[in-house]
Design a protein around this ligand. Structure first.
Ligand SMILES: C[S@@+](CC[C@H](N)C(=O)[O-])C[C@H]1O[C@@H](n2cnc3c(N)ncnc32)[C@H](O)[C@@H]1O
Length: 208
């Protein structure tokens, strides 16, 4: 179940289930416009990992497509755990990625301090909620608490030329930076890879 804190959780669930029923698997099934745009996001995440990163928690893993991508592009990752709030999504993820550990839960409910080298989220913050900024603040704090070394996530950008603001939330760069800087002194914003997206990279303060 999506957490109550997620505000419009029923709407989010309805949206993703409809996409899943229509497209069954792949990028469109999890709400992306195309496989290319999903992979551009994965490419950025992958470029921020290094050979010392061995374990990853994928928050909002959807159909598990990042697992398949990392197997090819970041073979040093030996432990992948994906969590998603929607059981039907997890079922698809597990079927397409039998070697991955995938669980139905929200990121808010995952236990374990600093249990993974990297905690990532691609698309987790896309849906418009009652209070996106407060929600992001609590989830980023949680992600940082679960990561040994780094946190990486992307958002839909307020610079996007085409928008559907009744369904999605488009974040201003500074709005996200203000949250990230509460939890890390080393924050980078990456853009320019897609017209409607921005990635945020937080190093834990112990990371050089
Ligand atoms: C846009 S999809 C992206 C899926 C995948 N990360 C990808 O890029 O292919 C976002 C996913 O996040 C999941 N999600 C949203 N909020 C969540 C939460 N608080 N905890 C776990 N999963 C969540 C949704 O169920 C959905 O499957």
């Amino acid at each position: 179940m999506l957490s109550g804190k997620e505000g419009n959780s029923t709407d989010s669930r309805k949206y993703y289930l409809k996409r899943l029923r229509t497209y069954r698997s792949g990028a469109k099934a999890v709400g992306w416009r195309s496989r290319q745009s999903q992979e551009k996001r994965f490419e950025v995440i992958s470029s921020l990992l290094d050979d010392g990163d061995k374990s990853i928690l994928d928050a909002g893993c959807g159909a598990g497509d990042l697992h398949a991508y990392l197997k090819i592009h970041n073979p040093s990752i030996v432990e992948y755990v994906g969590v998603d709030a929607i059981p039907e999504m997890v079922e698809v993820a597990q079927k397409s990625n039998p070697s991955a550990v995938v669980r139905t839960t929200t990121i808010e409910l995952v236990d374990g301090g600093c249990a993974w080298d990297c905690v990532v989220a691609s698309g987790l913050f896309s849906m418009r909620l009652d209070d996106n900024v407060a929600y992001m603040d609590s989830v980023v704090r949680k992600m940082v608490s679960l990561a040994r070394k780094k946190v990486i996530f992307n958002v839909l950008s307020a610079d996007s030329a085409t928008k559907d603001p009744s369904t999605f939330y488009y974040y201003g760069k500074d709005e996200v930076l203000d949250i990230c800087k509460k939890y890390s002194s080393c924050v980078t914003a990456i853009d320019g890879y897609l017209g409607n997206d921005r990635t945020f990279f937080l190093k834990k303060n112990t990371e050089k």
